[in-house]
Design a protein around this ligand. Structure first.
Ligand SMILES: O=P(O)(O)OC[C@H]1O[C@H](OP(=O)(O)OP(=O)(O)O)[C@H](O)[C@@H]1O
Ligand SMILES: NC(=O)CC[C@H](N)C(=O)O
Length: 507
C-alpha cells in the first residue's frame, strides 16, 4: 500500500506533487520520489525516507515541468533499498516513468520472461520495475514507428492485464506523450481521478485516495474502474477505456480497516463512515458477550481505531475516553520495517494517562490485531496505569492468512492469530477478554455505506484470493523465502527478505 499520484497541469507541478505526497504519506513511510516531464526530458529525485526528508530545495528546483508522477513507498517485494524507491524509468520504446501501488504475484516469472523473451533487463528485485517493463514492452508491440496514440496505449494495457497477476494501481508518464493510469481487473488497490477547471482548460490529478485530490483543490470526478485505463494526452484531452476481459470490483477491505485515511472516499464508500459502522457491529457482539455495567470505559488505540471506538461507545452507552496519547512525530508502527523497530516504537508512540485507567474495567478498541505487537504492549501499559481489568476488541476479524496484494503480511507465523483460538490470542496479549469482529459484519460495514460494494478482497481474513492464482504451494514458497533469505552478495547490501524465488533470473 504505497501512495501514488500523477498530474497534468498548466503550471509547474513540483510543489503540487510534493504536497499531494504529504497527503498520502500514511500509505508509505520508507521512500519517496517524484518524476516530472518537460518537453522530452524527465527530471527525477527519489530516496529512502519520509517525503519531508527526501526533498530539499535544490531537488525541488530541478523537478521542472507541468506534468509528473509521485510515489511514497511501503515495500512489499524486493527490499527496502534505495534502488527500489519509485518512480522507475525506462528509455525504450519511449521514455516512461511509472509509480505503482500493490504487489504482483507473478513478478518473478515475468522477470524471467522479460529477460528470456522480451530481452529486457530488470535491475532490481522490485515488482514495480517489472510492471513498468511489461508496459514498455507491450507499448512497443502495439506501436509502429514513432506515433503513439491512445488506441495503442490501451491495447498495451489490455495485454498487460493478461500477463500480470496481483494487485496494481499505477500511474505512468510517457515523455512528451501523456499521463497514463490503470487499475488491476479486480480493483484491489484504489485509484481515483480529479479535475481542476482553469481558464486555460482542465487539469487532471490521479491519486490513490480522494484526500489528495481534495487537499490539492481538485474536484473528485470518479474512481478509476477495475481494469480501466485513463490516458491524458499532451493536449490535456482525457481518453479512457476498459482494458480487461472480465473486470470485477473487489476492493481491499484492509484499506477500510486501517490503510486509508478516514477522510478519503474509496469506491463510493467514505472510509470514516465504514469505520463507524465497524464500531456499531462490534458493539452488537460485545452486547451479546458482556453484561450491562461490566465495562467502565471505552478507549481507542489511536489513531486508526478512533471512529470505530467512538461509535462503539455510543452504541453501548459507555463513556468514551482517550486514555492513550499518541506522539504525533512517530509514524505508523505497522508500516515500519523490522519487528524490533515496531516493538520499540509502540511505547515511544503511545503513553497512558494514569487517571483514566485507575481501578477501571477498560475496553480497548483497535482497528486490527496483526502481529500483536501493539496489543501486547498496550495491555501491559493499561495494567501499569492501574486498570482493574483490560478487555480488548478488534474492529477487524483475526488476521490469519498472508496478504499478497500490497500489504506486508507475508508469513502465517508472524500473525498472532494464526493457529490460535481467540482465547489463546487473548492469553498471548495478556488481556482479560478479547473480542474480534466477525468477517460478515466487517463486509456489511462497508456494503452498508455503499450497497454497490458486494465483493471484497479480504484474503488476510478469509483466505480467499480473488485473483485465483494463489496456491498453498505459492504461500509455502513465500514463507520459505522469508525465513531463508538468499545469501547476500556485495550487490545485495541492505536487501530484505521478501524475495520469493531464490533462483537468479538471468543466469
Ligand atoms: O498487531 P500489530 O502488528 O501491532 O498491528 C496492528 C496495529 O498497527 C496499527 O497501528 P499504527 O501505529 O501503524 O497506525 P495508526 O496510528 O494509524 O493506528 C494498527 O492501528 C494497530 O494498532
Ligand atoms: N505497498 C506497495 O504498494 C508496494 C509497491 C511495490 N510492490 C514495492 O514494493 O515497491
Amino acid at each position: 500500500m504505497c501512495g501514488i499520484v500523477g498530474v497534468v497541469s498548466h503550471q509547474p507541478v513540483n510543489q503540487l506533487l510534493y504536497d499531494a505526497l504529504l497527503l498520502l504519506q500514511h500509505r508509505g513511510q520508507d521512500a519517496a520520489g517524484i518524476a516530472t516531464n518537460h518537453s522530452s526530458m524527465f527530471s527525477m529525485h527519489k530516496a529512502n525516507g519520509l517525503v519531508r526528508d527526501v526533498f530539499r530545495t535544490r531537488n525541488m528546483r530541478s523537478l521542472q515541468g507541468n506534468s509528473g508522477i509521485g510515489h511514497c513507498r511501503y515495500p512489499t517485494a524486493g527490499s527496502s533499498s534505495e534502488e527500489e524507491a519509485q518512480p522507475f524509468y525506462v528509455n525504450a520504446p519511449f521514455g516512461i516513468t511509472l509509480a505503482h501501488n500493490g504487489n504482483l504475484t507473478n513478478w518473478e516469472q515475468l522477470k524471467q520472461d522479460m529477460f528470456k523473451n522480451d530481452r529486457r533487463h530488470i535491475n532490481t528485485d522490485s515488482d514495480s520495475e517489472v510492471l513498468l517493463n511489461v508496459l514498455a514492452h507491450e507499448i512497443q508491440q502495439a506501436t509502429t514507428g514513432l506515433l503513439l496514440d491512445p488506441d495503442a496505449i490501451f491495447k498495451a494495457v489490455a495485454v498487460l492485464h493478461r500477463r500480470v497477476r496481483g494487485g496494481y494501481a499505477a500511474v505512468a508518464q510517457i515523455a512528451n506523450v501523456g499521463l497514463l493510469a490503470f487499475r488491476d481487473p479486480f480493483g484491489i488497490r484504489p485509484l481515483c481521478l480529479g479535475i481542476n477547471e482553469t481558464e486555460q482548460g482542465a487539469e487532471y490529478l490521479i491519486a490513490s485516495e480522494s484526500v489528495a485530490l481534495e487537499g490539492m483543490g481538485f474536484r473528485f470526478v470518479r474512481d478509476i474502474a477495475p481494469g480501466e485505463a485513463v490516458f491524458i494526452d499532451a493536449d490535456k484531452q482525457l481518453h479512457s477505456r476498459q482494458c480487461a476481459d472480465n473486470p470485477s470490483l473487489n476492493p481491499c477491505v484492509f484499506e477500510f480497516v486501517y490503510l486509508a485515511r478516514p477522510d478519503s472516499i474509496i469506491d463510493g464508500a467514505s472510509v470514516y463512515a465504514t469505520r463507524l459502522k465497524m464500531g456499531e457491529y462490534l458493539a452488537e457482539k460485545i452486547k451479546r458477550e458482556f453484561k450491562d455495567g461490566e465495562i467502565d470505559v471505552v478507549m481507542p488505540i489511536p489513531d486508526s481505531s478512533r471512529p470505530a471506538a467512538i461509535q462503539l461507545a455510543l452504541a453501548l452507552n459507555i463513556e468514551y475516553r482517550e486514555g492513550f496519547i499518541k506522539n504525533r512525530y512517530i509514524g505508523r508502527t505497522f508500516l515500519m520495517p523490522g519487528q524490533a523497530m515496531r516493538k520499540k516504537s509502540v511505547r515511544q508512540k503511545l503513553n497512558a494517562i494514569g487517571s483514566e485507567f485507575k481501578d477501571k474495567v477498560v475496553l480497548l478498541v483497535d482497528d486490527s490485531i496483526v502481529r500483536g505487537t501493539t496489543s501486547r504492549e498496550i495491555v501491559q501499559m493499561a495494567r501499569e496505569a492501574g486498570a482493574k481489568k483490560v478487555i480488548f476488541a478488534s474492529a477487524a476479524p483475526p488476521v490469519i492468512f498472508p496478504n499478497v496484494y500490497g500489504i506486508d503480511m507475508p508469513t502465517r507465523d508472524e500473525l498472532i492469530a494464526y493457529g490460535r483460538t481467540t482465547e489463546e490470542v487473548c492469553r498471548e496479549i495478556t488481556a482479560d477478554a478479547l473480542v474480534y469482529q466477525d468477517i460478515d459484519a466487517l463486509k456489511r460495514a462497508i456494503s452498508d455505506v455503499n450497497p454497490a460494494l458486494t465483493s471484497f478482497e479480504a484474503s488476510c481474513f478469509d483466505g480467499i484470493y480473488v485473483t485465483g492464482d494463489i496456491s498453498q504451494d505459492y504461500l509455502d514458497k513465500l514463507e520459505y523465502a522469508r525465513h531463508n533469505p538468499k545469501a547476500p552478495g556485495p550487490e545485495d547490501a541492505g536487501r530484505s527478505q521478501l524475495n520469493l524465488n531464490l533462483a537468479t533470473t538471468e543466469g
